[in-house]
Write a protein that binds this ligand. Sequence first.
Ligand code: GLV
Ligand code: MG
Length: 322
Amino acid sequence: MTAVPPPVLRPRRSCLAVPGSNPRFLEKAQGLPADLVFLDLEDAVAPSAKEEARRLVVAALNEGDWSGRTRAVRVNDWTTHWTYRDVIAVVEGAGARLDCLVLPKVQSAEQIVALDLLLTQIERAVGLEAGRIGIEAQVENARGLLEVEAIAAASPRLETLVFGPADFMASIAMRTLVVGEQPPGYPADAYHHILMRILLAARAHGLQAIDGPYLQIRNPDGFREVAGRSAALGFDGKWVLHPDQIEAANEIFAPSQADYDHAELILDAYAHALSAAGGARGAVMLGEEMIDEASRKMALVVAGQGRAAGLTRTSAFTPPAR
Ligand code: GLV
Ligand code: MG
């Protein structure tokens, strides 16, 4: 059994959705502090505007200033007739300025493989580095969730699994129209199983797990509650639909300064303990806490998230006197 590689640590605390058919939003998004921006060709674009949106998205990638952010485009799903032209237009037109494609409504591993093959052909044909463009798979229907483990293993291009709550709720006929909110009358967390299943599949394959949108954009408390729920489970970030949601997501999906400092301290203290100078010990006390190899793994996650979020240490490790 080979070890699962560590997750790709592109920051994705906030993933901003921008309708690809709206030039004003495409312009405005360039000044916003989201970790990732995805230009949408799918559900935020009316069928009659799909072709024009492809043109606008290619121009925005080529001419816009997206520095410091991961650049993604969401294409239409494979059950439509738009997907292949979306991919060809965007990758041939602006592939060098694109980091990832988001594939929505993924229902099987084959759909990921098909996108991977198409991407590889285009990269070869136009002289782009083969395999550089990543794939984000949206899990947003019952079939996708049942297939999530195979989907997560389908391609080395995969970087994330993304929960799509709106489509998912429609797919299983969940009884609420407020996306991401608990259905009235159910006494527990209706999303726990879904989120956990996506998270486990992601982690088993070294991928990030991203929570989907919260549509009540004028309800900051609701956003915080829903984002806090997936952050607590271990999700890496969430889609945002409005500038007001960006800062909340950046905060909620990064460790606190205290947790980050603590994690770095555990890593230093444990590295020291293992060294000859520290007595080559596998379990030591750090203050009041016993730390061992499992503590190191937990600390590595929090330290990695903190570094990806741009945190810097505010305390240093001092080796204990022996
Ligand atoms: C996002 O695409 C969703 O369906 O929630
Ligand atoms: Mg959707």
